[in-house]
Ligand binder design. Structure first.
Ligand code: MSP
Length: 507
């Protein structure tokens, strides 16, 4: 059997509306994580996709005078797939819950659970938030509104099929105990554990008041509840139960927003336990992008389209900013001022400037040809430390820390150039050897930076890689080899090229 892939998923997004930067946030994180793991030499599988059933989508389609099928096709093709290009995401698969490969497996799964006695019929009565597509506890409701969307919940009373979630409480608690890394960060884990300790209620696994969904296989007056349908996408995308599915499953990381943590860390593992299938290895909950202290949302008309930002700063700076500015797992806000300040001080003034200084000096003093390989122990050891630190942080989903480690090295190289004053060395023919050494060491450092920042900023790093005249495919460069000094051969032709991070007008 082929070695199991490192399998990462994003939530599948509702296509009732277009994507905003809150959605793109998790997808960028998944892309950075998987690009990093690819550069560790691992086989990787990165899945994203769309959640297309349920009341919310049905209503959106009707409001636009389309059938749900027309609407979901339209939204996927015009908004959700293009958004992946906008933020430069290299997913391996894209699953839609309206695809046969998903719908058929959902039916099989529930037929099997019903045969095992894991389904019973009953009546659900209580509040429901259509924007969350979630049955709510009466205690969660604030003045008749959903606490997340600030919109009225509706009281529903329906004949439904139920999944006996409550009987899995002990097994779930035992699992959280035995596998502390199953839910991260710590705050998310604590929330989940105390929620389950508080006692679980059985949940509806079907809806009967509308028909946009996967029909319950033994009763076509019901459709499978959209969340129950959606969660299974992660398993179905592996091809389960066809041969080969275990080359992906279990997922190594389910990346989710904190609002959908319970679905992933409570309901989903219980469904898998009921089916006798292996559990995912980790559910990591990220925070929200806030606007005015509240979750950015289309419902509240606060959503910003990713392209509004990438049009100004480009996809690399976009990816860099969100991974760098907000500790992964905590809430954060986007501001144009902060974005511009970081773009200027970190990307332009540090990284961009370092690259353009080096390329210009090699051009000017050495006709664009790299001097002989030369050792520079202080930089070599700073690089080894930065690479090890970045690896540890990125693997722990501490994107801010990983970027910080690489940026720390960029600053060290900038200081090295400033202290060694190659422009002074160039004036003194007796110090030509010193100039060679400084130019080579700086170029070699930048080679390593291109490798270490490739997961975050693939386009800029590809440009830097080619400007340095480096050989081979950048994405194939291994993290484990990055600190091996002397990889750029003497005489390599560098090219000045355009600046990596051109000036952006503050307007
Ligand atoms: N369809 C479900 C997920 C099913 S996964 C089996 C869903 N879709 S969603 O489109 O509403 O949200 C998808 C993800 O986007 C969630 O993780 C949610 O947390 C995230 N975000 C939506 N708005 C957000 C912010 N303002 N900030 C950060 N993430 C946010 O839920």
């Amino acid at each position: 059997m082929t070695e199991k892939a490192f399998y990462v998923t994003t939530p599948i997004y509702y296509v009732n509306d277009v994507p905003h930067i809150g959605h793109a946030y998790t997808t960028v994180a998944g892309d950075v994580l998987t690009r990093w793991h690819r550069q560790r030499g691992e086989r990787v599988w990165f899945l994203t996709g769309t959640d297309e059933h349920g009341e919310k989508i049905l209503t959106a389609a009707a409001e636009h005078g389309m059938t749900p099928r027309q609407w979901t096709d339209h939204m996927v093709n015009t908004a959700w797939l293009p958004a992946l290009q906008t933020i430069d995401v290299a997913n391996d698969d894209f699953i839609r819950t309206t695809e046969a490969r998903h719908e058929e497996r959902v039916r099989d799964f529930w037929l099997a659970l019903r045969e095992k006695g894991e389904v019973y019929s009953g009546t659900y009565t209580g509040p429901y938030c259509v924007a969350c597509e979630e049955f709510k506890q009466p205690s969660e409701i604030v003045d008749g509104n959903c606490p997340i969307h600030g919109r009225p919940v509706k009281e529903i009373s329906e004949e439904n099929y139920f999944f006996p979630l409550s009987k899995y409480a002990d097994a779930l608690l035992a699992h959280y105990e035995a596998s502390p890394a199953f839910v991260e960060p710590e705050s998310a884990r604590n929330e989940v554990v105390s929620f389950v300790r508080g006692g679980l209620q059985d949940i509806s696994m079907s809806r009967s008041s509308f028909d946009w969904g996967i029909k319950v296989p033994w009763d076509d007056k019901h459709v499978i509840y959209v969340w129950i349908d959606a969660l299974q996408n992660y398993l179905n995308a592996t091809g389960w139960p066809e041969p080969g599915w275990e080359e992906r499953w279990p997922a190594d990381v389910h990346l989710v927003g904190k609002d959908i943590l319970r679905f992933h860390a409570v309901i989903w593992p219980a469904m898998l336990m009921a089916a006798g299938l292996p559990l995912p290895r980790k559910v990591f909950a990220n925070g929200w992008l806030l606007v005015g202290g509240e979750k950015m949302s289309k419902t509240k008309l606060t959503g910003i389209a990713p392209s509004v930002i990438t049009d100004v700063f480009g996809s690399d700076a976009y990816r860099y900013y969100f991974m760098r500015a907000i500790p992964f797992g905590q809430d954060g806000s986007f501001s144009w001022e902060d974005m511009h300040a970081r773009y200027k001080s970190e990307l332009s003034d540090q990284l961009g400037n370092l690259a353009s200084r080096l390329l210009a000096m090699v051009e000017r003093y050495r006709d664009g040809l790299l001097p002989p390989v030369a050792s520079e122990p202080a930089l070599e050891s700073a690089l080894a430390t930065a690479a090890a630190e970045a690896d540890e942080r990125f693997c722990a989903l501490d994107f801010q820390g990983g970027i910080g480690a690489v940026m720390g090295f960029v600053r060290a190289v900038n200081n090295y150039v400033t202290e060694n004053e190659p422009w002074q060395l160039a004036k003194d023919p007796a110090r030509s050897g010193d100039l060679d050494r400084v130019l080579y060491a700086t170029a070699e450092s930048l080679r390593a930076v291109a490798v270490l920042f490739n997961a975050v900023m693939p386009k800029a790093c590809a440009a830097l890689w080619s400007a340095l005249g480096a050989e081979g495919d950048l994405a194939a460069q291994r993290v484990a080899d990055v600190a091996r000094w002397g990889q750029l051969p003497a005489g390599t032709k560098v090219a000045k090229g355009d600046g990596l991070f051109p000036r952006v007008e503050t307007e």
